[in-house]
Design a protein around this ligand. Structure first.
Ligand SMILES: [Zn+2]
Length: 431
């Protein structure tokens, strides 16, 4: 089956779409409970959504679910697929950090290239159109093999996968002013994002203020790993918000993990969440690595889930979404760069089923917004026809068969036209 919209264009009739993600289309049969609606999605011959001329080919999707292509806002391509070599941690986060650190001696250009390329192939095949990866940056980026490789991959994948790179550095790097200024200059030249790993006890007001001053000076977005711990005393996220208020930094800020938000006293949680909402920090929750690493002790069944307080964040109007984080490395030994799998893990762990439609729409919109990937996260008339057709009728059905076949369409063209199951996917009744 050839879906290519060459010639007169194409209609994908009777698609079920989240109404909140398809506002520019004529919607019918809107279900207030699930937020789903039916739409006929036109694809112009240039690969954009629109209204192709009379005579365009019509394919009846028979109510199959269609979502916009995904954004994965937090991954670690440099660590991907190392678990067989590096081993499994015998404890939590710090044990995984030690294993990854020891494995880093194997990170040659060839090793990085093959593992990172494999990750991009999987993400693309699963329907991801854009991702943000952290890269360990122990020395200035221009001296890092991972930044060299990423630069080449970014070029090679242009038009298929937009890739942002974050320089992941310990927060205390700011203490060496000259070195930090040079790193920021290089990050800006490489079109990167300023990253910081805030280990327990390392955040100070002075360090955070300095970081935001430098980010402002070099025009950098900022992305933190913060409070990746169940310690109810951890206050890195609050200190970030307080520093934003002091410095007036107005660039985009993302905060990953924030696990301690779930374990601290209610009054503290409410105060910090109000600050997060007020200063516009985007919180990204990483359910896979949190479930794997938090409360991990040999011989003990974990008692805590490790996830941040996603429901309370959203209720307060804060921006929150999920992302992959680690794939087949010491921080998480499974995974396939599949945002359906990631989202389902978040939904199940945080018990979000009652408002699944709201969470799905929020996921798509907030992930794109947090990274600044304009034009993604929604089905937009006139925008690229980047979408995923699922063999599912509704959202719970999607969650239940997340590994099932899907048809990924980019600019109106299937990414895997050779797949034997495509014709089955579109011609058989959804059962
Ligand atoms: Zn991470």
């Amino acid at each position: 089956m050839n879906l290519q919209a060459a010639g007169t264009g194409l209609w994908l009739d009777n698609a079920r779409v989240p109404a909140a993600l398809a506002e520019g289309f004529a919607l019918r049969d809107v279900d207030a409970g699930t937020g789903l609606a039916t739409a006929d999605l036109g694809v112009n011959r240039d690969g954009s959504f629109g209204a192709p001329p009379a005579g365009a080919r019509r394919i009846d999707l028979q109510g199959r679910l269609v979502l916009p292509a995904f954004v994965d806002s937090h991954v670690h391509l440099d660590k991907a697929y190392t678990v067989a070599r590096a081993g499994l941690p015998d404890g939590g986060l710090l044990a995984a950090v030690r294993l990854a650190g020891a494995d880093a001696e194997n990170w040659t250009v060839a090793d990085l290239e093959s593992r990172m390329e494999r990750a991009l192939v999987r993400a693309h095949a699963n329907g991801t159109a854009a991702m943000r990866t952290h890269l360990d940056t122990p020395v200035p980026p221009l001296q890092c093999a991972s930044w060299q490789v990423l630069g080449r991959l970014r070029q090679g994948w242009r038009g298929r996968l937009d890739i942002q790179a974050v320089a992941l550095m310990a927060l205390e790097r700011v203490d060496d002013a000259a070195d930090y200024a040079e790193r920021c200059r290089q990050i800006a030249a490489l079109d990167g994002v300023l990253g910081a790993f805030i280990a327990p006890g390392m955040a100070t007001a002075a360090r955070l203020d300095r970081l935001f001053e430098m980010a402002a000076r070099h025009g950098l977005a900022v992305d933190f790993h913060v409070d990746e711990t169940l310690d109810p005393e951890a206050r890195g996220l609050e200190m970030i918000c307080d520093s934003l208020a002091r410095t007036g930094f107005d660039g985009p800020v993302m905060a990953g993990h924030c696990c301690s938000l779930a374990t601290m006293p209610q009054a503290d949680r409410a105060r910090i969440i109000a600050k997060v909402a007020a200063c516009g920090v985007h919180v990204v929750s990483l359910p896979h690595s949190n479930l794997f690493l938090q409360d991990r002790r040999a011989g003990t069944t974990p008692r805590h889930r490790g996830l941040t307080a996603v429901q309370e964040l959203r209720a307060a109007g804060a921006s929150v979404h999920f992302a992959s984080d680690n794939v087949q490395d010491p921080f998480y030994p499974y995974g396939d760069y599949d945002m359906v799998e990631v989202f389902r893990s978040g939904v199940q762990t945080a018990q979000l089923e009652a408002d699944l439609g709201v969470w799905l729409a929020g996921q798509c919109i907030e992930a794109a917004r947090a990274c600044g990937f304009g034009g993604l996260g929604r089905l937009i008339p006139g925008g690229h026809a980047d979408a995923i057709v699922f063999q599912a009728r509704d959202l719970l059905d999607l969650m239940s068969r997340r590994a099932g076949p899907r048809l990924v369409i980019r600019q109106g063209v299937p990414v895997r036209p050779d797949r034997a199951d495509l014709s089955t996917l579109l011609t058989e009744e959804v059962r």
